[in-house]
Design a protein around this ligand. Structure first.
Ligand code: ATP
Ligand code: MG
Length: 443
């Protein structure tokens, strides 16, 4: 009986995957679509007798008609062998050792085929894989990738795609399908929950029900992911050019709770919600227009209403405005930083933008002439515009600054308003060592 059952189970086991070798006539990706650096890197590896392919996002994006932002390469050469072939290269990463190969102004990530997670992988108590640095063959490398559309191997030499998991067909059918059992794959690496939403939003795909259903119930697994990885993934998501769609889907799937701990709270305040959506839409527009976007600006907007609330609370407690703002900034960045590992540099950018806000609001005397000279003035002004658009501030202020920026020196001087008398007297009475007039807030 048992033997019969076992036989049945085993005969039903999925067959080892026979890859489809798809010729260029069927997929139309010519080698010219691959960056010169990536093409050269693959060719050099092949000349040295190694297997090498362009993999991952680039092949997927080209198939979807999107210009890839970078080219990743997979090979059977070990990191040391790759390092030995390319003079301008270095091995990076401890957990996953990959090689950065530089060619002209390009940097390619070259990774060695890795085996899946079933072989002796070390996991934490939730099943999250802690190490998977075991090298494997190309078939194993395909199986450990997350979605079928991400397991495509393009060979510029003969312009074929090797497709182990029907990724090309899935992409044509606009389906995001997990390779293997979705629950198991999410447990191994909960970041895949976020990747599912990001890929679906970016490419306009429907998440296959088997991969979609567990997302909500497994959302808590994200709490377990190291902050730095979560931050990297959040940045990718927010700077994908599809942040509005991503966030909408994250909310729908109940995933936003685990990300920015306060994002759900912010989203519940009408003004905060409007501000966050406006900022995401403006980030998307910038990304899609090929303009530079800074993570600092983005996080400054996402966390602004938290900072505002903390600032207000401190002022109510009698703290002077500017020290209260500094205290509020540290408070908010501490809470969010713990989970998201906002880097120190980005935290400094966020603070620069926030500190400019009261300074932009206080136009008295010659202050505007000094504020406009600040290195982060432009970011501060863009931030002010969003605040005005969201209804937090009177548009008059934003319009005044726009005119001030456009004006020449003479016109700027004419736009200044004299300092109010009482304020001046107060300042004279202040003893040395206090704040300069510039650091004074104005609400
Ligand atoms: P993009 O670069 O557009 O954000 P991508 O798919 O290239 O998308 P990367 O993070 O650059 O994403 O990863 C490169 C490839 O590595 C992916 O296409 C996928 O095959 C694999 N990969 C990345 N992250 C994971 C993961 N968490 N689990 C399994 N495979 C992954
Ligand atoms: Mg990539």
């Amino acid at each position: 009986m048992i033997r019969k059952l076992l036989r049945r189970v085993f005969s039903k086991a999925p067959p080892a995957h026979e890859p489809a070798l798809i010729p260029v006539e069927k997929h139309h990706i010519r080698r010219e679509s691959i960056s010169p650096g990536a093409r050269q890197t693959v060719a050099r590896l092949q000349e040295h007798g190694h297997a090498a392919f362009v993999v991952g996002g680039a092949v997927r994006d080209l198939l979807a008609g999107i210009v890839p932002k970078d080219f990743d390469i997979a090979t059977d050469a070990t990191p040391e062998q790759v390092r030995g072939i390319f003079r301008r290269s270095r091995i990076i990463g401890r957990r996953f050792r990959i090689v950065h190969v530089m060619s002209g102004s390009e940097t390619m990530e070259v990774s060695t085929f890795r085996a899946g997670n079933d072989v002796d992988s070390e996991t934490d108590q939730h099943g999250r894989v802690l190490r998977d640095n075991v090298f494997g063959n190309v078939e194993e490398d395909a199986a450990r990738r997350d979605f079928t559309i991400n397991a495509l191997y393009y060979n510029p030499a003969d312009e074929t795609i090797t497709d182990y998991h029907h990724g090309v067909a899935d992409l044509r059918q606009k389906t995001l399908r997990m390779i293997g059992d979705p629950r198991k794959r999410y447990r191994e690496d909960p970041v895949r929950l976020l990747r599912a939403v990001r890929m679906a939003a970016k490419l306009g795909l429907a998440i296959d029900p088997a991969a979609r259903t567990p997302i909500r119930e497994m959302a808590d697994l994200l709490e377990n992911v190291p902050a730095a990885r979560l931050f990297d993934e959040m940045l990718k998501l927010l700077l994908s050019g599809h942040a509005v769609e991503c966030l909408r889907q994250l909310r729908e799937e109940g995933l936003h709770h685990g990300l920015l701990p306060l994002l759900d709270v912010i989203m519940e305040q009408p003004l905060g919600e409007r501000f966050v959506w406006l900022s995401l839409a403006s980030t998307d527009a910038r990304v899609n227009a090929g303009k530079r976007t800074s993570p600092g600006f983005l996080f400054a907007t996402l966390l602004w209403h938290e900072a505002l609330a903390a600032w207000e609370a401190r002022k109510q407690n009698g703290e002077p405005s500017i020290p209260a703002l500094h205290g509020a900034m540290d408070e908010v960045l501490d809470i969010q930083g713990g989970k998201l590992a906002i880097t120190r540099r980005i935290a400094a950018d966020i603070k620069d933008i926030w500190i400019l806000q009261p300074r932009l609001e206080n136009r008295a005397g010659r202050r505007p002439l000094r504020v406009i000279e600040q290195p982060r003035f432009r970011a501060g002004y863009d931030f002010l515009l969003l605040r005005a658009e969201s209804g937090e501030l009177d548009h008059e202020l934003a319009d005044w600054w726009r005119d001030f920026i456009e004006a020449d020196t003479e016109a700027r001087l004419a736009m200044l308003t004299p300092e109010k008398k009482p304020a001046r007297r107060k300042r004279r009475r202040r003893k040395g060592g206090g704040e300069g007039p510039d650091s004074e807030g104005g609400e």
